[in-house]
Write a new protein. Structure first.
Length: 323
């Protein structure tokens, strides 16, 4: 094990011991597995570090899987389920590009050897997302535990915040999940480590209104740069969401958005609301002084959305299949 990874493990333990003030939302508990499976978090962290240290792009991927899970039926691991009929959540178009399932499966497999039938896949996913961000030196946040796994996963129910959405639609998406406007702009900051593809911005830079134009809310120099990378018929080439800082978890994303270089409409539209624009302006002016703390708090809120606890749901033996 490298010294860097050892240091990460030590840091995580210290943070756990020191604790971060957090209410235990909706029946979740920071010490939920203390007696049931005391090594649960350490096992998940060890597996996550093994994968993400080799392929750092998995940090953004795993954070995205957790986000997509929580926005449909809550944080119940339903996005992990497979369907022989290809009609589960992971089969919906916005989820076809999700990746990192193998990390969750490996962590769950390690837990099953140590504490069979105890730790839910929903909890594993929440922990993996947190620890993956930690590997790339992003912020740490406490993960209250005790989620149960859902048994239902329907492609037809996938209604995620769209990259093409305006501010009103995005605010409604978040409000419907108990998340506020600040959570919207803070969690959008996760795009600091994200990548997308030319297909999702093609019309925005080549044919915004059907007249061969580009979105006027975009910086023209940025459009020219995107056109060099994305030819009119190219729908596959990857595009960084935070150019120049895509491998570093920082507040640089807000600088990009402020310069009208947000990749998606959902990024640019954050400048159209006084609260979201105010947050962006503050992060730019203060070099992101509060972003890590704000992100941690919003991730705790996200992780408690519509969770199943108590006798609801189940503890899956394998994350891709109901028991």
């Amino acid at each position: 094990m490298s010294m860097a990874i050892k240091n990460l493990l030590v840091l995580a333990v210290l943070l756990s011991v020191l604790g971060v003030s957090v209410a235990n939302p909706k029946g979740l508990d920071l010490n939920y597995y203390k007696n049931r499976c005391p090594d649960a978090e350490a096992i998940v962290r060890r597996v996550t570090i093994q994968y993400v240290s080799r392929q750092t792009s998995l940090a953004a991927a795993l954070l995205r899987v957790h986000f997509h899970d929580c926005f449909v039926r809550g944080c119940d691991g339903s996005v992990l389920l497979k369907s022989p009929n290809k009609d589960a959540e992971r089969d919906a178009i916005p989820n076809l590009s999700l990746r990192g399932y193998e990390v969750v499966d490996a962590a769950k497999s390690a837990l099953e050897k140590k504490c069979p039938g105890v730790v839910s896949c929903a909890d594993v996913l929440a922990l993996v997302a947190r620890d993956a961000v930690l590997v790339i030196n992003g912020p740490w946040w406490p993960v209250p535990l005790g989620r149960r796994d859902g048994r239902i996963s329907k492609k037809s129910e996938v209604n995620l915040p769209s990259p093409f959405a305006g501010i009103a639609a995005l605010k409604k998406n978040f409000f419907d999940k108990g998340l506020n406007t600040k959570d919207l702009v803070v969690l959008s900051g996760a795009h600091t480590i994200g990548i997308s593809n030319c297909g999702l911005i093609n019309s925005r830079i080549y044919n915004f209104t059907g007249k061969g134009d580009f979105d006027p809310s975009m910086n023209p120099s940025y459009v020219r740069a995107l056109k060099k990378r994305c030819k009119p018929t190219d729908f596959r080439t990857s595009v960084e969401m935070d150019p120049g800082s895509v491998k570093k978890f920082d507040s640089h994303y807000f600088n990009i958005v402020a310069q009208k270089k947000g990749l998606f409409t959902s990024d640019s539209t954050l400048l159209e609301d006084p609260e979201t624009k105010g947050y962006i302006d503050t992060q730019v002016a203060t070099a992101g002084s509060s972003f890590n703390k704000d992100f941690s708090e919003s991730m705790v809120k996200l992780g408690s959305v519509e969770v199943l606890t108590g006798n609801k749901g189940e503890i899956r033996r394998k994350c891709a299949f109901v028991n």
